[in-house]
Design a protein around this ligand. Structure first.
Ligand SMILES: [Fe+2]
Length: 554
């Protein structure tokens, strides 16, 4: 292939400036710099230190060089006079720039040494260039690692926090933990959580500042207006605004230099917003020299990503919370239904389950149960006789003394209750109390004739309060016995029928038990309008209504 060499009239291109200077120092002379402008022509760079030094003669060397590919070009020499060599050194352009060729006339009788020296220096320059590029890449990766580390550290902290929680607390507790961690990681002047979607429902609920003794520069209404204004944009993606005061974006908030706004969204839309305002400068942040630092001067994708991650985490927590609440609500409905079924079946013992549950919770608290265990015992009390659903009405509602066979039939109700409830994993903890609330410490109870400490504590406890209610409650066919008489029976049966320590504790809290007993009232009766099966309206007319269960708390 024959390639012509054309000389450009003028060019200011000097893409190989650093290499030219280094080679001129090595060879102690100036070079003409020719730049490859396209596949057919070279242009003389008039900005080089000695343009037109060798002029058209030098151009004669460019022809052969052009026959080679950019990467394979090597320095060449041509003798122009005795003891003088024309030296051409091809250079690859940097960063996809055009290639260059340096040409000079030099005193030398050893062209091979000139070529070798040029090759060595070019390699050295290439290595230096590669090193400089690696340093740049290293710097970039270090920044990337720093940002990733920041996000990972934040995620780890939040994950630990979520693992410690039981997902039954209000999200505000998680937010109050999250704001300082996030605000510190992103180096913010202020981080704000706003609850609600938009309009009147939108309100600042939590704020974090690095110095807790300081107060916000902005009022709640100013922050709410800022979020409202950019909420449409933030619904689609995190909003990042820098140099706000320079661009006149928020003239009403002159102290806002930059901000990030992230929506905390569930599938139903935003439930809240995270607003980070003003990036703190390094000298404003204590201990900011370590990797826990993102960009210094303004918000970027790293900050937006981290705050978005926090927003996604909050949204996920809120979703889980709603799920847990829904599940608990379902559980409450199931228990309500079961208790309704018991009491509808045995109207003579109206309110028995509720009273036993309340007495049981009171005694549980007295003997050291924690709050959660007390509430569980309350639930167990409500359900302790659920097995009576499976007992025949003739036996259950019999006013007179039971025959041995009928008594045997009644004794099936703990086992029946266990069978009804055992499929409900969420109510597993009620099973010991339901199954063993008719055991006796002397081993003469039922269904398993357990003795003393073999009996689950919930069963022992319910046995006491169940007996008290059975003895003292009025029935349609008999009056309840006086409390004093019941106390005598308890004292006689302590250590025989009932656990002695529990009887003692029960008698100590008897005044509280009597308050519960006296305050118990038959609840309003739910009814419905004719033709509306789904109605949940409650009409209070307990005088004529059948007995219905009460559900005061869970
Ligand atoms: Fe029972």
């Amino acid at each position: 292939m024959s390639v012509g060499v054309a000389k450009s009239e003028k060019s200011d291109i000097s893409p190989c400036g650093e290499e030219v200077a280094a080679l001129e120092e090595v060879f102690g002379t100036s070079f003409e710099v020719w730049t490859r402008t396209n596949c057919d022509a070279w242009a003389l760079d008039f900005s080089s230190s000695n343009p037109s030094l060798v002029g058209e003669i030098g151009a004669l060397l460019l022809g052969p060089l052009l026959e080679q590919s950019d990467a394979s070009r090597e320095p060449q020499t041509a003798e122009v006079a005795s003891g003088r060599q024309l030296l051409a050194i091809p250079l690859l352009g940097r960063r996809n720039g055009p290639s260059c060729c340096l040409i000079t006339e030099i005193d030398s009788s050893s062209p091979d040494i000139l070529i070798q020296l040029a090759i060595t220096k070019i390699r050295e320059l290439r290595h230096e260039a590669e090193l400089a590029q690696l340093r740049e890449e290293n710097k970039f990766f270090l920044k990337q690692v720093s940002e990733d580390f920041e996000e990972l550290a934040f995620l780890r902290l939040m994950a630990e926090r979520l693992a410690l929680g039981d997902c039954t607390n209000d999200a505000s507790e998680l937010i109050s933990f999250m704001l300082p961690v996030l605000g510190g990681a992103v180096s913010l002047e202020e981080l704000v959580y706003l609850e609600g979607d938009s309009g009147p429902t939108l309100r600042v609920t939590q704020q974090w500042l690095p110095d807790s003794s300081q107060t916000s520069k902005w009022s709640h209404s100013q922050l709410e207006e800022l979020v409202e204004r950019f909420s449409d944009e933030a619904r689609r993606a995190p909003v990042v605004k820098n140099r706000v005061h320079e661009t006149g974006l928020c003239p009403e908030l002159p102290d806002v230099n930059e901000f990030v706004l992230v929506a905390v969204s569930t599938s139903m839309g935003p439930i809240g917003w995270l607003l980070g305002v003003n990036k703190l400068q390094p000298d404003e942040v204590e201990g900011h020299e370590h990797l826990w630092s993102l960009s210094y001067n303004e918000f970027g994708t790293a900050e937006a990503s981290l705050i978005s991650t926090a927003g996604a985490m909050l949204a996920s927590y809120a979703h889980n919370l709603a799920f847990v609440e829904e599940r608990e609500s379902l559980l409450v409905s199931v228990v309500r239904t079961l208790v309704s079924a018991i009491e509808s079946k045995d109207t003579y013992t109206c309110g028995h389950s509720e009273r036993v549950a309340r007495y049981g919770r009171c005694l549980a608290k007295e003997v050291g149960y924690d709050q959660e265990a007390c509430e569980r015992l309350y639930l167990t009390g409500l359900l302790h006789d659920v097995g009576k659903i499976g007992i025949s009405d003739a036996v259950l509602k019999k006013a007179g003394a039971l025959t041995a066979e009928e008594f045997k039939e009644i004794q099936r109700h703990p086992d029946l209750g266990w069978a009804i409830l055992r499929e409900l994993d969420q109510l597993e903890y009620v099973l010991p109390g339901v199954l063993h609330h008719h055991e006796r410490v002397d081993g003469k109870g039922y269904p398993d004739q357990l003795e003393g400490e073999e009996i689950p504590r919930d069963g022992l406890l319910l046995a006491v309060v169940d007996a008290f209610d059975a003895m003292t409650s009025d029935r349609p066919y008999r009056k309840g016995m006086p409390v004093e008489k019941a106390v005598e029976i308890f004292q006689e049966g302590a250590g025989i029928q009932w656990d002695a320590a529990l009887v003692e504790s029960f008698l100590e809290i008897l005044p509280d038990i009597l308050v519960i007993k006296d305050s118990y009232r038959r609840p309003p009766v739910p009814t419905r309008e004719k033709g509306k099966p789904s109605g949940r309206e409650v009409i209070a007319d307990s005088r004529t209504a059948n007995c219905q269960p009460v559900w005061q708390s869970l």
